[in-house]
Design a protein around this ligand. Structure first.
Ligand code: NI
Length: 252
């Protein structure tokens, strides 16, 4: 399996990183894609990417929750990182209306700028869309020139929204949320075409049932695959196969 979205450089996870990565491997998770948060997370993310180059793959972007009045300075620092390294994707980027809507205008400008990086560098874009799914889909749809690709991460919208997101050509990242008892996402998951789904944990957040409440880790990815298999009436192995193929194809 491939975990397409995990913040394993997070303070709470990195202190036992050797154990975390060994357990991930034992649980069948061979590769972990790491989205950046802001300027302050870059160093830890690079350190992991350098120490475990086969397992921990870096991506680079400014998370919408950290877009403030000074976002242009932050973006400049983040863009500079691309001069010295290759990244697998631009992320995580997008819009967040859940935590704070003070800087929505700035969030949209930051998102638009980073969408353009995906176009110039031909990299997948990793999208955060908490309470802002319709706006993020609109921005991707209007920027789509045939070259844009990426993932709507932690997708938990309606079937209608899934249809609109799929129409942009993007993949949908499914994580622990689909396993939550009150999620009511089974019909949406069933509706999604096999070739557009990728797996993710969003570790240390959104831990799947039955470990909800504990810090999330890549080793729990199998609970997400298992839930997809249940929703779609497929074998676990089949889900692992196509989600892995999709991730390899998307990231190259
Ligand atoms: Ni994330």
């Amino acid at each position: 399996m491939i975990d397409t979205h995990a913040h394993i450089y997070d303070e709470g996870l990195i202190k036992d990183i050797d154990i975390l990565l060994t357990e991930a491997s034992q649980a069948g998770v061979s590769r972990i894609y790491m989205p950046n948060i802001d300027q302050s997370s870059i160093e830890a993310l690079h350190h992991l990417a350098d120490t475990y180059p086969d397992q921990c793959i870096p991506m680079m972007g400014l998370h919408p929750c950290y877009v403030k009045a000074d976002y242009q300075e932050q973006l400049a620092v983040i863009r500079e990182q691309y001069d010295d390294r290759n990244y697998a994707g631009v992320g995580e980027v997008g819009l967040d209306y859940y935590w704070d809507t003070t800087f929505v205008k700035e969030q949209k400008e930051s998102f638009a700028e980073q969408i353009s990086w995906g176009q110039t560098d031909q990299l997948p874009i990793i999208i955060h869309s908490r309470d802002s799914l319709d706006d993020t889909i609109d921005m991707i749809a209007s920027a789509q020139d045939g070259s844009l690709r990426g993932i709507f991460h932690c997708f938990n919208g309606t079937i209608e929204q899934a249809k609109a997101a799929l129409d942009t050509g993007f993949h949908l990242g499914l994580g622990g949320v689909i396993t939550f008892k009150n999620a009511k996402l089974d019909d949406m998951v069933k509706y999604l075409p096999d070739d557009r789904i990728v797996l993710e944990t969003d570790a240390p957040y959104l831990t799947p049932h039955p470990y909800r409440g504990k810090p999330n880790q890549p080793k729990y990815l199998n609970f997400v695959a298992q839930k997809i298999a249940e929703c779609k009436g497929q074998d676990f192995e089949e889900v692992v196969q196509y989600t892995t193929d999709n991730a390899i194809k998307l990231f190259g």
